[in-house]
Design a protein around this ligand. Structure first.
Ligand code: ZN
Length: 354
């Protein structure tokens, strides 16, 4: 599913963004959904009937209509996407490329998808869903631009990326792992989108750390810089009622960090959010289903014993009280330039990521 500053639809329809936790939204983000459909094998006919995807704005639709006219004059063989079947632990990805990638560009992108998918499978114990269509839409230049995950009509993920993205830039990318983590969580009602984005924002770096793509100090210090964005501001009415960018992404991530710490403090220390999410997955909770938040939290809690997630949700859903982050970092031993092992909660920090 998508990470975005301004979602145009709830998880039921999938939603788009170019933003996510680290970027600002770009005004043309919604276009990608429609353009993606132009090239998507499974959805091309459907788009021809209804060029405006449900997630598009009026302006997007105009651009999409122009794209469709262009598509009509492209020769049929140039329109064909290239499809590669990619097995990953516990699942299968149908990787679709728009026709504009060279063999070398496709190979670099394929390696990036394989490494991201394996990293996510490593964190959850297996790839979160048995089958996924992943469309890579090439644009000129370098860099992974945006991603979105959709639960309907079939489970699919679209990523817009520069065809000339280098191996180093692929290695630094957070977008793909973020989107793949969304697959491991049931869709939630729109008011609780913060949980979905929070899990993807918090778990994404952990997945990358575990796969050797991110150093632990870099991850913790990144959180120390970013988590304040999730604190309530004036007029806040709690997580369920304040759908601002900061609260959705970083308020949700802070919820996850607090839950992870509390679970491990309660013990056993080796059982935290990762194990809770693995249990949720075993119970059938992934992006293919839409569940009430309480059910998702209760099943994740049950996997590790206790009611940490449910209790924390009750505490924060309607409340605007800020978290004492300075104390939290001090107790965890996270400082600007180092991680301290003599801090009281250093064992908890190490259990999360060493
Ligand atoms: Zn997201």
């Amino acid at each position: 599913m998508a990470h975005s500053r301004r979602s145009r639809a709830g998880h039921g329809a999938g939603h788009w963004s170019a933003a996510g936790p680290y970027q600002r939204a770009q005004p043309w983000s919604g276009i990608c959904a429609t353009l993606g459909r132009v090239f998507s094998v499974r959805h091309r006919k459907q788009v021809a009937r209804a060029p405006h995807a449900t997630t598009c704005s009026r302006r997007d639709c105009l651009v999409a209509a122009a794209a469709l006219s262009l598509a009509a004059i492209v020769r049929a063989d140039e329109e064909q996407p290239v499809i590669i079947d990619l097995p990953v632990a516990g699942g299968q990805i149908e990787l679709q490329f728009t026709p504009d990638f060279s063999d070398a560009q496709r190979e670099r992108a394929r390696r990036w998808v394989t490494s991201g998918a394996e990293a996510v499978a490593g964190f959850f114990g297996r790839f979160p869903v048995p089958q996924l269509e992943l469309l890579l839409q090439g644009v000129e230049g370098e860099g992974v631009i945006s991603g979105a995950t959709f639960g309907e009509p079939t489970l699919h993920l679209r990523v817009r990326l520069g065809r000339d993205t280098t191996a180093a830039a692929y290695r630094d990318d957070w977008v793909l792992v973020h989107e793949l983590v969304h697959l491991a969580v049931p869709r939630v009602p729109p008011a609780q989108r913060w949980l979905h984005e929070g899990i993807a924002t918090y778990v994404g770096p952990l997945v990358r750390w575990r796969a050797g793509l991110l150093e632990a100090p870099q991850m913790w210090q990144g959180w120390m810089r970013q988590m304040p964005r999730g604190q309530p501001e004036a007029g806040d009415r709690g997580l369920d009622h304040t759908p601002t960018w900061g609260r959705v992404y970083w308020g949700g991530a802070l919820f996850c960090l607090l839950a992870d710490v509390r679970m491990r403090q309660r013990g056993p220390i080796g059982r935290g959010l990762q194990q809770a999410l693995q249990g949720l997955q075993r119970a059938g909770g992934d992006y293919r289903v839409a569940w009430p938040l309480q059910r998702t939290l209760a099943l994740a809690d049950a996997a590790v014993g206790g009611t940490t997630l449910t209790d924390l949700y009750d505490e924060l859903k309607d409340s605007a009280s800020p978290t004492d982050l300075a104390s939290l970092w001090r107790e965890l031993g996270v400082e600007d330039d180092r991680l301290r092992d003599d801090a009281p909660l250093a064992p908890v920090r190490r259990a999360i990521a060493t």
